[in-house]
Design a protein around this ligand. Structure first.
Ligand SMILES: NC(=O)c1ccc[n+]([C@@H]2O[C@H](COP(=O)([O-])OP(=O)(O)OC[C@H]3O[C@@H](n4cnc5c(N)ncnc54)[C@H](O)[C@@H]3O)[C@@H](O)[C@H]2O)c1
Length: 284
């Protein structure tokens, strides 16, 4: 476990962290939040210039941020980044397996390459991060593995079926590993937000799918959650040693209703998907 500071979150001054997908959105917000608390962060992204922009924006502390090019689908490369950080800093306190991609659209239109890509980034990418970081944390008898899953890792949502599959895998991995890791002094958290205001909302469209409007409609909201707020929530959840972070509150209620009335929520979800299917924009 990480030591606590007075406000309830973990004491992050001088802690050593890696954030995958740190060049944009939630990863950039996590990098900023960690640096603001005085952590030493490796901001790792397949898009090196994006990671460098995040690092440059945080020059001057209180923490330190180093940009690293990393493709999380390459297990050896993830291992190298972890090895380099441990060689340089002597430890690894926080591993944020956050890089992710999405596909939205009719499942029958997904190509084998698209299925493989989402499995490679969203599942294998997290597995690679765990495989590299967990032994280090077992050895030092402390550390936190934080996997960015999604509300889609807890509830079913059609038209983003491949994404939901990968995020359920991330939740399962996180919850199961957490029970093993506790005995080694290591904690595991799965972060499960609904729509967060990041570029991913407009990525991964298949067959005229409009991600942003789908995600907002699915949560009955006109705005997405703020990435910086999610980063703060995440640090607080680490401090409380939570297994899951589900935000916003409305989504916690949805999740609870689904568990209480699975048949009803499945029927409502099917009706929602029918309406959404009618809103696919034909590609010209
Ligand atoms: N934004 C949301 O609504 C939302 C909701 C729930 C969960 N998530 C999850 O949050 C995580 C971060 O997404 P985001 O919303 O910040 O999106 P984003 O697109 O803004 O950022 C994703 C980052 O991951 C990087 N990346 C993609 N493939 C990579 C790879 N192979 N190796 C290393 N880096 C790679 C991208 O370059 C990008 O910088 C993802 O796992 C996503 O599934 C997002």
């Amino acid at each position: 476990m990480l030591g606590r500071r007075r406000r309830g979150g973990p004491d992050l001054a001088g802690k050593v962290a890696i954030v995958t997908g740190g060049g944009s959105g939630i990863g950039a917000a996590l990098t900023g939040a960690l640096a603001a608390e005085g952590a030493q962060v490796a901001c790792a992204d397949i898009d090196l210039p994006a990671a460098q922009r995040v690092a440059s924006s945080l020059l001057g502390g209180p923490g330190t941020v180093r940009a690293v090019r990393l493709d999380v689908t390459d297990g050896a490369a993830v291992q190298r980044v972890v090895d380099d950080v441990v060689a340089e800093s002597g430890r690894l306190d926080l591993m944020f397996n956050n890089a992710g991609i999405t596909w939205g659209g009719p499942t029958e239109m997904l190509t084998p390459e698209q299925w493989n890509a989402i499995i490679d980034v969203n599942i294998r990418g997290v597995v690679h991060g765990v495989a590299a970081a967990y032994p280090v944390m077992i050895e030092q008898r402390s550390g936190a593995i934080v996997n960015t899953a999604s509300m889609g890792g807890l509830v079913a949502a059609g038209l983003i079926t491949s994404y939901v599959m990968t995020k359920h895998a991330v939740v399962g991995l996180s919850l199961a590993l957490r029970t093993e890791a506790a005995g080694h002094g290591v904690t595991v958290l799965a972060v499960c937000p609904s729509a967060v205001e990041t570029p991913i909302l407009d990525k991964g469209s298949v067959g005229g799918f409009v991600g942003r409007s789908y995600y907002l409609a699915s949560q009955g909201s006109s705005t997405a959650y703020d990435a910086d707020r999610l980063a703060q929530d995440t640090l607080a959840a680490i401090g409380r040693d939570q297994p899951l972070l589900v935000v916003p509150r409305r989504s916690r209620i949805t999740w609870r209703i689904q568990r209480l009335a699975p048949g009803l929520t499945n029927r409502l979800a099917a009706q929602f998907i029918d309406r959404q299917r009618g809103q696919l924009r034909p590609e010209g």
